[in-house]
Write a protein that binds this ligand. Structure first.
Ligand SMILES: *[C@@H]1O[C@H](CO)[C@@H](O)[C@H](O)[C@H]1NC(C)=O
Ligand SMILES: *[C@@H]1O[C@H](CO)[C@@H](O)[C@H](O)[C@H]1NC(C)=O
Ligand SMILES: *[C@@H]1O[C@H](CO)[C@@H](O)[C@H](O)[C@H]1NC(C)=O
Ligand SMILES: [Zn+2]
Length: 978
């Protein structure tokens, strides 16, 4: 009955509202404020994790509420109904993954009602990406993609009024500078969050520095983002949670013994005063909401209505508190109007600690295999997107498959997904989604390659288990197999390819039939011994391949006399009585200590250095998915390692056996200027009932003076200094190790005047430099402690009934410390993030066929990266060019994209903000004034695009297609096609 009543009410309200005056959204729709009062912006919001204690769908449907009371569909139903009842009420919607799911099943009537609420600024999108992404473990490419997906949905659905103006990173565990830069490049006016180191927050409270202007790029000047720290945690306005999930007092205003209006108003005003004391203007923002709140929104709004009524009533008797429903963007607009100036910020907000024993540095590494799987997802997504453009794949199925992977990757960036801070069952569900989505997108890649590689019957199978050298396609041998490589990078690349094979002789030839040198190397026995790894193949065929975009290599079994094969030499240490074993090729020389079995020194790039690698464990009782809490010093594994060396002319490998749960391959390829270290770790023992933080460290004699560098989301390098922070003193008394760890998304480095030591990673990890010259990486974690307040489960990952085994790679380079040389690291980084995609077909009956020509990006300047190429709307292609060197490594570069435009069949091109949905010429951001200038602004200021947006049509002359990029700049274009 109640249900029908609600529908009737909804219909009546609709009629009423449709007849209202002209709609305005955005800043024009903001509530009026009072100049001489403390203006309290009450911001109703619900924080809806895209998976955490429950899966995405369980959280959406309100299933398994015994685990966690969470039902997003009901929240949206309820909020919309409540908004329609009173035009003053507002709500912000953050996670587009949930909103889209809800929107797609609404009636036309509800859709019209919501559209009206959006057009009036009462239902306002804030954040608006597919998920509220993490900022430590994410790569910028995936963040930009997931904003593109979210903002495109909002733009397609609501147009300009659906576009968020403000970022809302309230629950993210620390904040990166690159994220701030991404917001700025997408035209956001500011962002708000609520987690930073407690010492930092205390200092900022005292210094009126809770709100600041973040100078978000070292290389590009003028990239700034207003960033505000909330007074209290996002979910707590102490004593004023009116949600059905809370037990705080409602506002009771009847003629009742329980009437508490005076007390409630007094309490709220006193809280507001405390908040107001630590902020610069006469505006404060008070978020009202929390995790999965507003399921019965009338409870929230009814009480907030009363609070507003009685607080404002006091103005008649002299109170100067003015309270109203608002949004973060309206609050920001008020700050902008206030003509104040603000302190600046240049570094970032890592690591986050909420108290001195709790540094949230464990999540930089938690769930290491899932962190790697996410990179595989990104890899397949980029390949499938590019290939779909080249092959013009636009069938409904193709679009759906690609969209699904786009969305799943958006979910994976969520601050409880890529972080590894979700429950095991949720993690399993993420894996399930990612697997399905990768398989779907790989069908796009296959269908595109059938057209483009001129092999209409090719299988183009992508083997997803190459990380354990396993591929069903080659399990019976690789006789007559074609490997088609797809290079997602702009420039022609030469890389080594490894294919699981039986130990036989093979001949590899290229498209022109030319023989390509190859080598067969044994797979380490520790990998063969992995439970559930089919043991059909125990070797890998290695060869060097070159691809501009698409290249096929043919593999045939041959008699040993025909094979153009390098023979492999197996060397056991100490055979010749020497105390060390030298493994070298034309670029790199490694020395292994025969006694300890450890790496001892490295020589490359004309520099030589003693570099000793060790493995170690921090034993702990109290680490969890989020935090790394050491109980004692590192326990370094002291035993000697057994090792065997396999040498061939292409690759040389040192197979080290450390103990029954740790092994490693150290590998150098001919012509490749780096050392690859492929580690295999697990199950981490728990017989002692203790948790373990498993690390590897590299000690050198480089005098780094406590300084080291880690990347910000795969882009600019951040300077780190042991035991130091930019703006405050961190209390490291309890956690001197953990408190010195930083997120490493792609690399960590240190140097002195002469030498530079760098580690690149294949996934996000925590990293530190705890002693001069030393780098330490947190590779794997296993814990038994159930952190009651957080995820409520120990981070004790198992697989096949045993502790999880993880395998991954670090890449070490040693170089002279000359300015600009780090450009090589950037190229390596791109090659590691986006290596060749490998697709397998049978060669039987296939003619050796050259690939169709596809648009060529090889002519772009060497410092330019093809960041994105994908279908956007129908007959539209989105393309992003990135200058991937920083201002120390590269300089301004210019090129012309007329040829690329033509080869994509372009009719017109326009430049947009970084996300693709807003024409760059329409971008207008609130500009905030820095305190350092010493003055206050005289009037409100705005900023627009810093260069003239490119806009051209086919008939225009080529000069209009010129693109200039500053170091680290990314430019986004939409090409309209025939
Ligand atoms: C930020 O403020 C500090 C201290 O006032 C000043 O030294 C620094 O140059 C400023 N940085 C920027 C980028 O304005
Ligand atoms: C895998 O097969 C090889 C060759 O037949 C054999 O030597 C090895 O012991 C097998 N390993 C396992 C774990 O079964
Ligand atoms: C895809 O479309 C472009 C532009 O319309 C055209 O030039 C190209 O030949 C098409 N490619 C394929 C493989 O059909
Ligand atoms: Zn959250």
């Amino acid at each position: 009955m109640a249900y029908f009543g609600r529908i009737l009410l909804l219909s009546i309200l609709l009629v009423v509202f449709v007849n209202q005056s002209r709609a305005v959204c955005g800043y024009e729709s903001c509530p009026e404020t009072k100049a001489n009062m403390v203006n309290i912006h009450l911001v109703p919001h619900s924080h809806n994790d895209v998976g955490w204690l429950k899966t995405v769908d369980q959280s959406y449907y309100g299933y398994k509420n015994k685990i966690h009371h969470a039902g997003v569909q009901y929240i949206l139903d309820s909020v919309v109904t409540q908004l329609l009842q009173d035009s003053k009420r507002r709500f912000i919607q953050v996670e587009t993954a949930f909103f889209a799911k809800w929107w797609n099943v609404q009636s036309e009537t509800t859709k019209r009602a919501v559209t009206k609420l959006v057009n009036e600024g009462r239902f306002e999108f804030t954040g608006g990406a597919w998920s509220m992404n993490d900022e430590a473990a994410v790569n910028y490419q995936a963040v930009i993609d997931q904003f593109t997906v979210g903002l495109k949905f909002l733009d397609d659905t609501f147009g300009a009024c659906g576009r968020p103006r403000v970022g809302w990173q309230i629950d993210t565990f620390g904040h990166s500078r690159e994220q701030a830069a991404i917001f700025a490049h997408m035209g956001y006016d500011g962002q708000f969050f609520s987690r930073m180191d407690h010492n930092d927050k205390d200092a900022r409270m005292n210094n009126l520095a809770m709100e600041m202007i973040w100078d978000a790029s070292e290389s590009m000047s003028g990239v700034s983002l207003f960033s505000g720290m909330l007074y209290n945690f996002y979910s707590d306005t102490p004593g004023f949670c009116f949600d059905i999930l809370c037990t705080d007092e409602p506002v009771i205003d009847g003629a009742s013994e329980e009437n508490n209006v005076k007390q409630r108003v007094d309490d709220f005003i006193s809280y507001a005063q405390n908040v107001s004391d630590v902020y610069i203007t006469n505006h404060i923002m008070v978020p009202m909401g929390g995790d999965f709140q507003y399921e019965d929104a009338k409870v929230n709004y009814k009480n907030m209505d009363k609070l507003i009524k009685y607080i404002n009533e006091r103005q008649a008797s002299g109170s100067n508190y003015n309270i109203f429903y608002s949004t973060p963007s309206c609050y920001l607009n008020s700050l902008h109007q206030s003509l104040q100036s603000w302190p600046n910020k240049t570094q970032d907000f890592f690591p986050y600690a909420h108290e001195k024993n709790s540094f949230w540095t464990g999540f930089f590494t938690s769930r290491p295999t899932q962190k790697r799987f996410e990179r595989d997802g990104n890899h397949m997504l980029q390949i499938a997107k590019q290939l779909s453009v080249f092959a013009n794949l636009t069938s409904e199925q193709h679009n759906q498959d690609l969209d699904y992977l786009r969305q799943v990757m958006g979910v994976m960036q969520h601050h409880d997904a890529i972080t590894g801070t979700e429950r095991q069952a949720v993690s399993d569900d993420y894996d399930r989604m990612m697997y399905d989505a990768i398989v779907g997108a790989s069908n796009n890649a296959r269908d595109a390659l059938r057209i483009l590689a001129n092999m209409p019957n090719g299988e183009f199978e992508s083997c997803l288990r190459l990380n354990i050298s396993e591929c069903a396609f080659t399990k019976d041998g690789a006789d007559n197999v074609v490997v088609t490589l797809y290079n997602p990078l702009a420039h022609t690349s030469t890389q080594y390819v490894r294919i699981p094979v039986k130990e036989e002789r093979y001949q590899v030839t290229d498209e022109k039939g030319r023989a390509v040198p190859s080598q067969v190397v044994p797979v380490p026995w520790q990998v063969l011994a992995l439970a559930y790894r089919p043991n059909d193949t125990q070797h890998e065929l290695v060869f060097q391949a070159t691809a501009n975009k698409i290249a096929s290599y043919y593999i045939k079994k041959v008699e040993s006399s025909e094979a153009k094969h390098s023979t492999i030499k197996q060397i056991s240490p100490g055979e010749d009585g020497n105390s060390e074993t030298v493994v070298e090729n034309s670029l790199v020389k490694l020395v292994i200590d025969n006694q300890t079995g450890r790496l001892k020194s490295v020589e490359m790039n004309g520099v030589s250095e003693q570099i000793v690698q060790n493995f170690g464990v921090y034993k702990t009782r109290t680490s969890c998915a989020y935090t790394f809490r050491q109980d004692g010093d590192i326990e370094v594994l002291e035993n000697d390692f057994e090792f065997t060396v396999y040498e061939g002319s292409l690759v040389k490998e040192v197979h080290q056996h450390v103990n029954d749960w740790i092994s490693q391959v150290i590998r150098i390829y001919e012509g490749a200027n780096r050392v690859e270290l492929e580690w295999l770790v697990g199950p981490i023992p728990i017989d002692d009932q203790l948790g373990s933080e498993f690390v590897t460290n590299f000690k050198s004699g480089i005098s780094s003076n406590g300084v080291f560098y880690t990347d910000s989301n795969g882009r600019e390098l951040m300077k780190r200094e042991k035991d130091k922070r930019e703006d405050f003193v961190s209390d490291l008394s309890r956690q001197p190790v953990s408190g010195n760890f930083y997120p490493v998304t792609s690399r960590i480095a240190l140097q002195d005047d002469a030498k530079r030591l760098v580690l690149l990673t294949d996934r996000s990890q925590g990293g530190a430099s705890l002693q001069d010259g030393a780098l330490e990486m947190l590779l794997h974690r296993r814990h038994l402690f159930n952190d009651g307040g957080g995820v409520g489960e120990a981070l004790n990952e198992t697989q096949y009934g045993k502790g999880l085994i993880a395998r991954g790679r670090l890449y070490l380079t040693l170089d002279s410390a000359t300015d600009g040389d780090t450009a090589t690291e950037r190229r390596t980084e791109k090659e590691l993030l986006l290596p060749f995609g490998k697709f397998f077909s049978t060669a039987g009956g296939v003619q050796r066929a050259a690939a169709k020509s596809v648009p060529d990006f090889d002519d772009l300047p060497q410092s330019v990266h093809l960041l994105t190429l994908e279908h956007f709307h129908e007959n539209e292609v989105l393309i992003r060019f990135e200058h991937f060197l920083d201002k120390f490594e590269g300089r301004v570069t210019s090129f012309n994209i007329r040829d690329i435009f033509d080869s994509l069949g372009g009719l017109a091109i326009r430049e947009t903000t970084l996300d693709g949905s807003l024409p760059l010429s329409d971008m207008k951001r609130l500009k905030f004034h820095a305190q350092e200038s010493g003055t206050h602004p005289a009037s409100v200021e705005y900023s627009t695009a810093r260069h003239k947006p490119l806009e051209a049509v086919k008939s225009d002359e080529a000069s209009l297609f010129a693109v200039t990029l500053y170091p680290m700049q990314i430019r986004t274009f939409i090409i309209t096609k025939e």
